[in-house]
Design a protein around this ligand. Structure first.
Ligand SMILES: Cc1ncc(COP(=O)(O)O)c(C=O)c1O
Length: 439
């Protein structure tokens, strides 16, 4: 049987931003009277195009059965669509063996799986794990936990002052006990793009395993896993046009076969006695219990949707958005964009601070203009400490954003700045902050 996943065809579709926007229903609403939504928070979670919504709806409405267990039509249909989604992920990543694709709940769970299974069972006290100062807490806290438990050395490659990650910093942090380099493909704050190919080269020469946190990198770049050949790669469905609740751990077959499961229970076993169990083969050995079936199917639809556009056209659009954002925000006095000044080292994210206003105030006031951004530490407290700021405001861009939206962001920020300046010049009515949401 051949099931349609949201009607996403295989033939290439030229990238045209207005046609793309038509596929994203949330973009066609006013969030406040007269204020259409300008969504600049895709690094937190992306919007989902209609084919993804349709794929999830179709599973829920038409064949909401469990996978791998039933012999009836609906269960067979669900199983086929679920496994077909695994193929879609493998093909998006450029890997042939789809058994190396494990469905998880997201990047966080994928990285925890590597920490709790591979690191816990394969590393010895005194071994080291190397991360960078860029990492999201999801690619830091699991290593802290396993390092404490096993007596491992957790090492940091330091950033330049403009948050670039240079090979020299990785080399400086290396010891002959480093067994794993766990690094982001793109920072969720500064947009920094680490030199992944060079990191892979170095790691291969030294026999070090590499985990790539592709939560931000994969939605914006063509990460050809076959070419890059990392040992582990993690990403989340919801940041790449798919639904929440599903993500992927890709790992090399020999590693997955040697690793113990990190969750146990139904579906991941082939034989169970009162005293012991025999594990299923990969990928199911790592998919205990009922997986996020509809979400995985919808993730397959998301990846097919994205893959239908020529990758270089999407990348060129997002690069143009980034360059425009830097030009527009760069004109505002007192606004500082954090991260690499060399935009070739940066993905489509502009995080900034403004002298006059706390990032939370900026986010709240921008919302009144219909503009959704994010403010806070973005789950990267050590990075903010390195940048010497408590928090930042982050505008993040995706294929459905336009230059005009970035112009609106610039105008709104200018009017917010003017408001704060007026308040400062009238101290009696000048609160230091308008709002102080908890971090
Ligand atoms: C770089 C990076 N890694 C990991 C994560 C965690 O992703 P999730 O919350 O989907 O598990 C995020 C989320 O913002 C991220 O930006």
């Amino acid at each position: 049987m051949n099931f349609e996943h949201g009607g996403v065809g295989k033939s290439p579709r030229p990238f045209e931003v207005e046609a793309v926007r038509a596929d994203f229903p949330p973009l066609h609403q006013e969030v406040h009277p007269g204020k259409p939504l300008i969504y600049l928070d895709s690094a937190a979670t992306s919007l989902k195009p209609s084919p993804v919504v349709a794929a999830l709806d179709a599973y829920t409405a038409d064949y909401p059965a469990n996978v791998h267990r039933g012999l009836h039509v609906l269960s067979e249909r669900a199983t086929e669509a679920f496994e077909d989604a695994r193929e879609a992920v493998a093909s998006f990543l450029g890997v042939e063996d789809s058994a190396q694709v494990i469905f998880t709940r997201g990047t966080t769970e994928s990285i925890n799986a590597v920490a709790m299974s591979w690191a816990r069972s394969m590393l010895e006290p005194g071994d080291a794990i190397l991360v960078s100062e860029l990492e999201h807490h999801s690619n830091l806290v699991p290593w802290q936990v396993v390092a404490k438990e096993k007596g491992l050395d957790l090492r940091f490659a330091e950033l330049t002052d403009d948050a670039r990650l240079e090979m020299s910093a990785i080399e400086a942090a290396l010891t002959d006990r480093v067994r794993l380099i766990a690094v982001t493909a793109m920072s969720n704050v500064t947009g920094t793009l680490p030199p992944l190919a060079d990191i892979m080269d170095l790691a291969r020469r030294k026999g070090i395993r590499v985990l790539i946190d592709a939560a931000q990198g994969l939605p914006h770049g063509d990460i050809d896993v076959r070419k890059l050949d990392p040992d582990f790669l993690a990403f989340s469905g919801h940041k790449i046009l798919g639904p929440t609740g599903v993500g992927v751990l890709y790992a090399k077959r020999e590693l997955l076969e040697a690793m113990p499961p990190f969750l146990t229970g139904g579906s991941m076993v082939v034989r169970v006695t009162r005293d012991s169990s025999e594990w299923n083969e990969i990928p199911w050995k790592f998919e205990a219990g009922t997986p996020p079936i509809g979400e995985a199917i919808a993730l397959g639809a998301a990846l097919r949707y994205l893959a239908a556009f020529p990758a270089e056209q999407v990348a060129a659009h997002e690069r143009a958005l980034l360059e425009h954002a830097h030009a527009v925000l760069g004109r505002i006095p007192g606004l500082r964009i954090v991260g690499p000044e060399d935009l070739s080292k940066k993905g489509p994210i502009a995080s900034f601070t403004m002298e006059e206003a706390h990032p939370h105030d900026l986010a709240q006031l921008l919302d009144r203009h219909g503009i959704a951004i994010r403010a806070g530490h973005h789950c990267t407290m050590p990075l903010h400490t390195r940048l010497k700021i408590p928090a930042s405001a982050r505008a993040s861009f995706s294929l459905y954003n336009t230059m005009a939206e970035i112009d609106r962001l610039g105008e709104a920020l200018e009017s917010i700045q003017a408001l704060f300046r007026r308040r400062v010049s009238r101290p009696a009515t000048s609160p230091a902050r308008l709002a102080s949401p908890a971090q």
